[in-house]
Design a protein around this ligand. Structure first.
Ligand SMILES: *[C@@H]1O[C@H](CO)[C@@H](O)[C@H](O)[C@H]1NC(C)=O
Ligand SMILES: CC(=O)N[C@H]1CO[C@H](CO)[C@@H](O)[C@@H]1O
Ligand SMILES: [Fe+2]
Length: 759
């Protein structure tokens, strides 16, 4: 009996495993199916690591999460190390490194390698390496100047003031507008006395040569992909459907098989792999958990009235009734209406840009009205596609779906509405990349770094508390200013370079340091400023708010303990000459009048917490999801590729063809740059540069030190580690607490949160 049972059981097991393996190979076969034999073969590494929709949407189980969680006790965390030479080696092997004669920079030899013949992967690698090269050039340059030295040096405050000067702002000495907010001026007045002249030339030539190489011209790159696209267009034309051309589905399919290697926290997955990437739900969710979860704001009474008026004018009777009945507190906006003012043009100006050799792009300042329902679902109600001074002078359309519970069946084919959502994404692309990310995170931090270096000695407690959060920021920003913005961003947005710089300045000039403290910021945007308040189910899909507030509280507690080691009383803060100079310097030379007066422990702790928040949690939230939300370019394009409609009636007639025309679908260079930028900037932070590892490292340094102050620092570091480790678990819960089918939100996990702005 037992024998028979065993036999039957073993046969059944064999059959089962045969079926499973057949199924698996069928499944594999399905995924490995080539899209088109004309296309380049995706690199193996990509084929092996292809996140599916299910994988992307899967939250780790508690068991899985616990298995990879950092140890509870700081002493159990192994410290890791880091290898910066990797990219250099790859760059050398690709022969993309230009050879320069330091005595005569004009004798630059072009790199031997040429990306034109390169494969898709080659292009990715090359851009990364080029970027890394540029960044390293600036590091080396700053190193020579004594700024961000490879090995720490002690430099007196007096010398520091000579080294660190602010760039002119808001105008240059010649009267022209400054391009960027006040930043480190790296051209010393007397170039002859320093090796800077040569380094500067090298840096710039290298930057330009490499960027030219890796930004292929129209005929250059990914030959087979281009042929495939053209073939598609031709086939469609000859097949009698010329107006169809390439469809959005083609791009979706293409994205399945041809993506970049996963180097980010989502393993290379992107929103285009979700079947409903274009839906209202995914659109709305991005205001809460996308790359820019920081600007959704409760609608003012004026906005509500204006939109009700627009609903009446457009004949959307159901919306008029719904909006009049709605709790006004449930209405939120993403308000891009300030765009034209910010770039310095009149309310009815056309915003368009064509760089030499590039294509024409258009920019829009869209305003989106949302309703946040009691069950936590955020629903887009209406979109003004481009605000021109008032809603009645602009085009506004309303969603056909009144509630998030309405059927989603018609969403895919609702082309006018999809076009409007695309406009909103274009606006948010600019606002996110240029304002929130570059200006309010990278450049605000830099301005404070320069002010600190100019006023606070290196052995001062404030300097020691802040400097670990400034690792790499200055050289990285210098690289971004020299290359990324003028040579990449300028080419892909619908603003002229001057308009883009004006937009940056506006971001800086309207920045309010104190109002941006996390609790203040939540409050001013109409959200609760306590964990208790955020527990309401209404906020279940806004884990960014909960996580960033928790990090604020934790960091603030830590800063408070650290500051109290050196400052026993408010009077001791008020009497500290360096702190007082610091405030004055940032307010005046740094042109940040909202930087607070600091006369008490509280105000000092708040200001320092804000500096760390900006460098660490804020930057992490707005930086590391770029690949996921932007590499699939049509989901969030940087510009429109066709002029927006001027009449509402025209928009209402839009078909797929009109949307396709507005997307950079047939513009390879633009597509490549728009996909590369987020890919490049989303490289997952090295473990040893995380906030968690920072706490652990500091504890390791202080663990054996004796002395009252040292012990306090050791304890504060241990507490910080412990709290951050606890937050890992809470953030996992917050992520799981979202509605079913949400994209997990773990970007602020303290083990993934970068300690500084380093990319
Ligand atoms: C959607 O449906 C659910 C379940 O029936 C309900 O609880 C919720 O209130 C509805 N939401 C809206 C906004 O109508
Ligand atoms: C000499 C000096 O104080 N330099 C510091 C200025 O700020 C940068 C940014 O963190 C530090 O890395 C430097 O050490
Ligand atoms: Fe960044």
């Amino acid at each position: 009996m037992g024998f028979l049972f065993n036999l039957v059981f073993s046969i059944l097991t064999k059959i089962m495993s045969f079926i499973t393996s057949r199924l698996a190979s069928l499944w594999d076969g399905y995924w490995q199916k080539r899209l088109d034999s004309n296309l380049p073969i995706p690199p193996k590494i990509l084929t092996a690591n292809r996140p599916t929709q299910n994988k992307i949407l899967k939250h780790l189980s508690q068991k899985e999460f616990l298995a990879q969680l950092a140890p509870q006790a700081v002493k159990d965390l192994p410290l890791l190390s880091f290898d910066p030479g990797v990219f250099d080696n790859e760059l050398l092997s690709m022969k993309l490194y230009s050879t320069l004669d330091p005595n005569n920079p004009s004798l630059a030899k072009e790199p031997e390698g040429n990306i034109r013949e390169g494969t898709y992967l080659g292009t990715q690698v090359a851009l990364t390496q080029a970027y890394s090269r540029i960044e390293q050039t600036f590091s080396a340059l700053l190193d020579v100047l004594g700024i961000e030295p490879t090995l720490p040096r002690f430099i007196s405050l007096e010398d520091n003031r000579k080294l660190y000067t602010y760039s002119a702002y808001p105008k240059n000495p010649d009267g022209s507008w400054a391009q960027y907010p006040p930043h480190l001026e790296i051209i010393p007045p007397d170039q002859a006395r320093t090796p800077f002249g040569i380094f500067n030339a090298i840096g710039l030539i290298e930057t330009q040569v490499i960027l030219q190489k890796i930004t292929p011209d129209e005929d250059g790159f990914i030959g087979k992909t281009k042929e495939w696209l053209l073939e598609k267009a031709r086939a469609a034309a000859f097949g009698g459907n010329p107006e169809k051309g390439i469809t959005i589905q083609d791009i979706v399919d293409y994205n399945k098989y041809h993506r970049k290697i996963g180097t980010d926290i989502n393993n290379g997955g992107n929103i285009g792999l979700l079947d409903d990437w274009y839906s209202d739900r995914r659109f709305a969710d991005q205001s809460f958990t996308g790359t820019n979860p920081t600007t959704i704001t409760q609608a003012s009474t004026k906005w509500v009235q204006d939109f009700i008026q627009a609903a009446k004018a457009g004949g959307y009777h159901k919306w008029v009734i719904t909006l009049e009945k709605a709790d006004k507190k449930s209405l939120f906006v993403q308000d891009g209406s300030y765009l034209r003012k910010a770039v310095g043009v009149s309310p009815d100006a056309t915003l368009s840009n064509k760089q030499p050799g590039g294509d024409q792009n258009w920019a829009v300042g869209a305003v989106t009205l949302f309703q946040l329902h009691e069950d936590g679902k955020l629903h887009p109600i209406a979109i003004c596609i481009d605000y021109k001074g008032s809603l009645d002078k602009s085009i506004t359309i309303f969603n056909q779906r009144l509630s998030p519970n309405d059927s989603t069946a018609g969403e895919k084919e609702d082309w006018p509405w999809r076009y409007a959502k695309t406009c909103a994404q274009v606006t948010d692309w600019m606002r996110h990349e240029l304002t929130v990310h570059l200006c309010l995170s990278h450049l605000v931090e830099e301005s404070i770094i320069v002010g600190t270096n100019r006023t606070i000695p290196m052995n001062h407690p404030v300097y020691r508390l802040l400097s670990p959060h400034w690792y790499k920021t200055l050289s990285l920003n210098a690289a971004a200013r020299a290359s990324l913005v003028p040579q990449v961003v300028a080419d892909i947005v619908g603003l002229s370079p001057d308009q883009a710089y004006s937009f940056l300045r506006e971001g800086y000039d309207t920045y309010d340091f104190v109002a941006s403290y996390v609790p203040n910021d939540l409050q001013r945007r109409g959200f609760p400023d306590t964990q208790e308040g955020l527990k309401h189910p209404r906020y279940k899909n806004y884990p960014y708010a909960k996580n960033v507030l928790a990090l604020w509280t934790t960091l603030r507690t830590y800063v408070d303990s650290m500051i109290r080691v050196s400052y026993p009383t408010d009077a001791s803060v008020a009497a500290d000459k360096y702190i007082q100079d610091w405030v004055k310097e940032v307010q005046t030379a740094g042109h940040m009048p909202s930087f607070p007066l600091i006369k008490s422990i509280e105000s000092l702790v708040d200001a320092i917490t804000m500096c760390i928040h900006t460098a660490s949690p804020l930057h992490t939230a707005v930086n590391y999801l770029q690949n996921f939300y932007q590499a699939f370019v049509i989901a969030k394009p940087p510009a429109l590729c066709h002029a927006p409609p001027t009449m509402r009636e025209d928009l209402l007639k839009y078909r797929e063809y009109d949307l396709v025309q507005a997307l950079p679908i047939n513009r390879q260079r633009q597509w490549l740059l728009a996909a590369q930028l987020p890919w490049l900037l989303s490289f997952k932070v090295d473990d040893d540069r995380s906030l968690l590892n920072y706490a652990a490292s500091q504890w390791h340094i202080y663990r054996t030190k004796k002395g009252e102050a040292e012990e306090k620092i050791k304890d504060a570091s241990e507490r910080l580690y412990k709290e951050l480790q606890g937050l890992q678990m809470r953030f996992w819960e917050n992520s799981n607490g979202m509605d079913k089918g949400s994209v997990p939100y773990m970007v602020l996990d303290p083990g993934l949160t970068a300690v500084s702005i380093l990319i």
